[in-house]
Ligand binder design. Structure first.
Ligand code: ZDP
Length: 283
């Protein structure tokens, strides 16, 4: 089985291409994700992405987190996906459209010569109604709500970009017990489908720094949907303007919550290697 490894700012994915036809016997994708994303026994990655045909868009993207769970959407991954299907010649137009569980998204490739140097994704409108995030606190939006983790109280804003995000503003990362608080909020009973957790430092009205604990993947170097949710939360809290550079451990994303209420994310997509999985990796 051929694979391609890609990443968006270090948020890395194992790609399996079933665009021209899936194998007769479909693999157990969640189990395959757990095996291939394992950083010692497998290829290593934050997620597994399947390239599939679509009758509604140019292609369909399925993504599984490294724990095998299937999120609705993926920001860094879809930039990599767009570059991959363009480079493979599965689509020649630009902008192109990708079908996901969160709907059909439109992506604009930046091309220099024959190289895709960046991707701008129309991530759609943020989902702010509590029951649609979902979060078990009434609100539309849920801003400045409180949750308790082992007796410690946190204030948060809840935003969905097709997948749920719990955004918290912090003064610094030194006093934050990230490895304890991150998973505790990910699995907090207030979030019936669990949640991604973003810890934000506001650097200026046009700059944020973000540290993310991802649902189903834990700490990652970047989260595109998380960066989008963080800018929406920052605007809702009156902390930034609508066009913001988000500094992530893996690099920067440019996020804009447009006056059209749609969120636009611009960032890179990179290849790492192409390889062939050997039988032991699948046993
Ligand atoms: O919502 C979730 O379960 C996320 N872990 C999905 C992956 C999000 C991603 N990191 C992103 O960039 O949006 C791929």
């Amino acid at each position: 089985m051929e694979i391609v490894k890609m990443h968006g700012l270090g948020n890395d994915f194992v790609f399996i291409d079933h665009f021209q036809g899936a194998p007769a016997e479909l693999p157990d994708y969640p189990e395959l994700a757990r095996k291939l994303c394992h950083r010692q026994f497998g290829v290593g990655g934050d997620g597994l992405i399947m390239v599939l045909p679509s009758d509604k868009a140019d292609a369909r993207m399925r993504i599984l987190n490294s724990d095998g769970s299937e999120p609705e959407m993926c920001g860094n991954g879809i930039r990599c996906f767009a570059r991959y299907i363009y480079d493979q010649g599965y689509v020649s137009k630009n902008p192109l459209q990708v079908e996901t569980l969160a709907g059909i998204l439109t992506l604009q490739l930046s091309i220099t010569g024959d190289q895709v140097t960046g991707v701008r994704v129309d991530m759609g409108e943020p989902i702010l109604k509590s029951e649609q995030v979902p979060v078990l606190i009434q609100g539309d939006p849920v801003v400045g709500a409180r949750l308790d983790v082992d007796g410690q109280e946190f204030e948060f804003t809840a935003v969905s970009m097709g997948n749920p995000h719990c955004v918290l503003f912090v003064e610094d990362y030194e006093t934050l017990d990230f490895e304890r608080i991150g998973p505790a909020i990910e699995k907090h009973p207030l979030f019936p489908r669990k949640t991604n957790v973003e810890f934000i430092i506001v650097n200026s009205p046009r700059e944020l720094t973000m540290k993310v604990w991802e649902r189903g993947a834990g700490p990652t170097l970047a989260c595109g949907t998380g960066a989008c949710a963080s800018v929406v939360a920052a605007v809702l809290n009156g902390r930034t303007e609508r066009k913001v550079t988000v500094h992530l451990p893996g690099g920067d994303l440019l996020i804009e919550w447009g006056e059209d209420n749609r969120v636009y994310m611009t960032g890179p997509a990179a290849y790492v290697f192409k390889g062939v999985l050997l039988e032991d990796a699948l046993s």
